[in-house]
Design a protein. Structure first.
Length: 366
C-alpha cells in the first residue's frame, strides 16, 4: 500500500515537470466572470485529479496560467466550480480556452488537439451515463464504443486509451480489473504501452495494475471455491488521532452527531495541497452547519503538518505512521488527495478521488 502511494506521488512529479525550466501556458477569457472567479489547473494521474495551480480572472474575464511542461504527454483540465474543460499537453505549448461562466464546460472554444475533443466528449458522456437509473445495457454499449477508441489510439498506447481505462463512474472503475472482459482491455493497453512507451512512467503503473488485477481475481476465485466467509457490516472504520492542539479527535464520534462528514486524506507538503484546501474551505464556509470535515495528514514531517494545520478551521489530525497507517489500508487509499462521504446515519457512502465532484457529491446527502 505504501509503495503504491509513493509511486503515485512520484509519477505525478515525473509527469508534471520536465526539469529544464520550460513552461506551457493556458490562457483565454471567461465571459461573465468577475475578478473573484477562481480557476483551477488540474492534472490527471491514474484516474485521480490533482490541483497543481490556480488563478482568478480579471475584471474583463481574462486569465492566464503557466506551469512546468510535462516530461511525457499528459491530460489536464481547467476547472471552474464543478465544471471543467479538458485538454492534452505534449510539450511546450500555448493553449487558448475561451468559454462562458454559465456554460463553462459546454459552450467553449479550444485550440487544442483532436485528443482534447475526444476526452471532453468522453467526460460529457460519462456524466450522462452516471445518472441514476441508467440501464446497464447502455453503459455496456458505451464501453464497447470506448474499446474501439482505445484500439484506434496508437494501437492502445495513446493518451486517450490511458485516460479511458482509468475512468471512474460513481466511484467505481469503468473498466474493472475483477471483470474478465475488462481485464483483457486493461492488459491490452498495458502491453501496448510496454511495447511502444517503455520509458513512460505510466507503463510500469499499467503493468502493476494488470498483475494486481490478476492476483485479486485468483484470490477471489479461491475464496469462492473454498472457505465460506461471513461478512460483518461495518458502518465505517474509526480514526482517533490528535489535532495540532493535542486534543483527541474521533471520526466515529463526529459521524454520530447527525451531520454529513467529509473524510479527507492528504499531505500538506505536496504541491496540490494549497489549492485543494481552498476547495475544502469553500465547502466548509458554505456548509459548516451541516458538514464536518475530518482531515487526516500523512506528512512525513509533523512540524510541516502542524504549521499548516494550525490555520485550518476544520478538524485536522495527524497520523505519524504516514502511508503505512492502518486507516490508509482500511480505506484503500492508493493516491492522495482522496475523500470519503459519510452520511447523517454514520454510513460510509462514497469515495471521491476527483475534487470536481466534492461539492456535488456532498449535496446529495444533505
Amino acid at each position: 500500500m505504501k509503495k503504491n502511494l509513493l509511486f503515485a506521488l512520484a509519477l505525478i512529479a515525473l509527469l508534471c515537470a520536465c526539469g529544464n525550466g520550460n513552461k506551457f501556458k493556458v490562457s483565454g477569457t471567461v465571459d461573465g466572470a468577475s475578478d473573484t472567479t477562481s480557476l483551477y489547473l488540474e492534472v490527471a494521474n491514474n484516474g485521480s485529479w490533482f490541483i497543481i495551480d490556480s488563478t482568478h480572472t480579471n475584471g474583463s474575464g481574462s486569465y492566464s496560467i503557466s506551469y512546468d511542461a510535462p516530461q511525457y504527454p499528459n491530460i489536464y483540465r481547467l476547472r471552474c466550480h464543478d465544471k471543467a474543460v479538458y485538454f492534452t499537453i505534449d510539450s511546450i505549448e500555448s493553449i487558448t480556452i475561451d468559454t462562458k461562466l454559465a456554460t463553462f464546460d459546454v459552450d467553449f472554444n479550444i485550440d487544442g488537439t483532436d485528443h482534447a475533443k475526444q476526452i471532453n466528449k468522453i467526460e460529457k458522456d460519462a456524466i450522462t451515463y452516471a445518472k441514476p437509473g441508467t440501464p446497464a445495457s447502455k453503459i455496456e454499449a458505451w464501453k464497447k464504443q470506448l474499446v474501439k477508441q482505445i484500439l484506434a489510439d496508437e494501437n492502445g498506447s495513446g493518451i486517450v486509451a490511458y485516460f479511458i481505462i482509468n475512468k471512474y463512474i460513481n466511484g467505481s472503475p469503468l473498466f474493472d480489473p475483477m471483470n474478465d472482459y475488462d481485464m483483457k482491455i486493461i492488459g491490452a493497453v498495458a502491453n501496448a504501452f510496454n511495447s511502444f512507451r517503455k520509458d513512460d512512467p505510466r507503463t510500469q503503473y499499467l503493468v502493476n495494475m494488470t498483475i494486481e488485477g490478476q492476483k485479486r481475481r485468483r484470490a477471489a476465485m479461491g475464496i469462492a471455491g473454498g472457505t465460506q466467509m461471513q461478512a460483518e457490516v461495518v458502518k465505517l472504520f474509526d480514526i482517533t488521532l490528535q489535532d495540532c492542539k493535542g486534543a483527541q479527535q474521533s471520526l466515529s464520534k463526529e459521524a454520530a452527531k447527525g451531520k454529513v462528514v467529509l473524510l479527507n486524506f492528504t499531505m500538506y507538503d505536496q504541491s496540490f495541497s494549497p489549492a485543494y484546501n481552498k476547495v475544502l474551505n469553500d465547502i466548509y464556509t458554505q456548509y459548516k452547519d451541516r458538514v464536518t470535515i475530518f482531515q487526516v495528514g500523512l506528512d512525513q514531517s509533523m512540524s510541516t503538518w502542524r504549521d499548516a494545520a494550525k490555520n485550518i478551521p476544520w478538524i485536522a489530525v495527524y497520523d505519524p505512521a504516514g502511508e503505512a497507517a492502518k486507516s490508509v489500508q482500511q480505506y484503500q487509499v492508493y493516491s492522495i488527495p482522496v475523500s470519503f462521504v459519510i452520511d447523517k446515519n454514520g454510513d460510509l457512502q462514497e469515495r471521491i478521488a476527483d475534487p470536481l465532484q466534492l461539492e456535488t457529491t456532498i449535496k446529495k446527502y444533505l
